[in-house]
Design a protein around this ligand. Structure first.
Ligand code: ISE
Length: 335
C-alpha cells in the first residue's frame, strides 16, 4: 500500500511541528503539499522535504490530486472554509482545535459531514492520546474510583504571545480541559462560570490572568480549572479526579528526581506543550494515518466533539464577561 499523501495547511509552530513529525516519525504517510498564507514560509518548508510542493491557495491544496488527506494547522478563523472544502472533495482531515471559531459554523460542519454518511473529520484534542490521560481514563472506566464526582485541574503556561487576550485563555487554553472533561466523564457540560482573581502584576496590561473556570456536567459533577498563562516558570498541566472510593492524579512531572550538592533535590518540568504532549501528538497522528489508510478515517475526537467544545468556550467567554453562571446550549445530536 502506498504512503498517504498529506497536505499540511498552516506552516506556523504546530504546522511545522506536524510536518517534521510526519516526515521523521510517522509510518505510512508523507507530506506532499504545504500551504501557508505567507507563501515564502510554505516554500521554504516544502523545499526541506523530498517530493513536497508549496501550493499558494489552501482550497487548491485540498483539491490537489496528489493529496489524499489534509492536516489543518491554519489559524482558527480559516478552518470553516477549509473544512467545507475537505468535505466537498471527500478528503479525510485532522483539524487542530478549534473546529471553527463560532458555534453556528461548527454545527454547520457537523451537519454537512453527517449528510455525507461517513465521518471524515477528526479534531486535534491531543490529550486523549497522552499515556497519562489514557491511564486515568482506564482507571475511571475500570471502576477504580467508584463514581467520579469532582475534577480539579491546573493549566499553567510560562508565557503566551503578545496577541493573547483574556478570551483566548478560554478558547485556546481552557478548551483542552473542556475536552478532557467530556472525555473522562463521558458526558456533556451543562454550565460554566469564570472567576477573575487579582491579575498577575507581571501579565501584560489588560490580560485577565489567572482565571478560575467552574464547570458542571449534565449529571451534576463539578470541575474546576486554574488557568494561569503567564507564570514565567514552565508548562504545568495537572488533573486530579476525586471519586467515591479515592482519587487519582496525573501531570506531576515526576520523571527523574536528582539530588546534588549542597543538599538540593529536584527534577525538570516540560518547558512547553510541544515537549509535554510530544508523545500524544505522535500517537494521535499515527493513529489518524492508520485510520485513513484503512478507510475508517477517524480514530479520535469527532466533529461533534469539536462543536461541543466550541459551544462550551463560547458560553465561557460570556461567563468571563458577565461573571454569571452561563448555561451551555447544545443542538440535538442526531444518530
Ligand atoms: C495552546 O494553543 C495550546 O493548545 C496548548 O496546549 C495550551 O496549553 C496553551 O495554553 C494554548 O495557548
Amino acid at each position: 500500500m502506498s504512503d498517504l499523501r498529506i497536505a499540511v495547511l498552516g506552516a506556523g509552530v504546530m504546522g511545522a511541528d506536524h510536518v517534521a513529525r510526519i516526515t521523521a516519525r510517522i509510518s505510512g504517510a508523507r507530506v506532499s503539499v504545504v500551504n501557508d498564507y505567507l507563501t515564502e514560509k510554505a516554500q521554504q518548508l516544502a523545499a526541506s522535504i523530498p517530493g513536497c510542493r508549496a501550493v499558494a491557495d489552501p482550497l487548491e491544496a485540498v483539491a490537489d490530486v496528489q493529496v489524499d488527506a489534509v492536516l489543518l494547522a491554519s489559524p482558527g478563523p480559516a478552518h470553516d472554509k477549509q473544512l467545507l472544502a475537505c468535505l466537498e472533495h471527500r478528503k479525510p482531515v485532522l483539524c487542530e482545535k478549534p473546529l471553527t471559531t463560532d458555534v453556528a459554523s461548527a454545527l454547520e460542519i457537523v451537519r454537512r459531514e453527517a449528510e455525507l454518511g461517513a465521518p471524515l473529520i477528526q479534531v486535534g484534542f491531543m490529550r486523549r492520546f497522552d499515556h497519562e490521560y489514557a491511564a486515568l481514563k482506564a482507571h475511571i472506566d475500570g471502576g477504580g474510583l467508584g463514581q467520579p464526582l469532582v475534577m480539579h485541574c491546573v493549566h499553567r503556561n510560562p508565557a503566551v504571545p503578545p496577541s493573547f487576550d483574556s478570551s483566548m485563555v478560554v478558547r485556546d487554553s481552557l478548551v483542552h480541559e473542556v475536552d478532557v472533561t467530556r472525555f473522562l466523564f463521558g458526558e456533556e457540560i451543562a454550565s460554566i462560570q469564570i472567576v477573575r482573581p487579582s491579575p498577575n502584576p507581571l501579565a501584560p496590561q489588560g490580560l485577565q490572568d489567572p482565571q478560575i473556570a467552574i464547570m458542571k456536567t449534565v449529571s451534576g459533577r463539578h470541575v474546576d480549572v486554574e488557568l494561569f498563562v503567564t507564570t514565567g516558570v514552565a508548562y504545568e498541566v495537572r488533573t486530579e479526579v476525586v471519586g467515591e472510593r479515592g482519587s487519582a492524579m496525573i501531570g506531576l512531572d515526576v520523571g527523574l528526581v536528582r539530588t546534588s550538592a549542597p543538599g538540593t533535590w529536584g527534577g525538570t518540568i516540560a518547558p512547553g506543550f510541544r515537549e509535554r504532549f510530544g508523545q500524544a501528538y505522535d500517537t494521535e497522528v499515527q493513529r489518524w494515518v492508520d485510520a485513513v489508510r484503512s478507510g475508517v478515517n477517524v480514530d479520535g475526537p469527532t466533529a461533534w466533539d469539536g462543536y461541543a467544545a466550541t459551544a462550551v468556550c463560547e458560553a465561557g467567554v460570556r461567563a468571563l464577561d458577565s461573571g454569571d453562571v452561563v448555561p451551555v446550549e447544545l443542538a440535538r445530536r442526531d444518530g
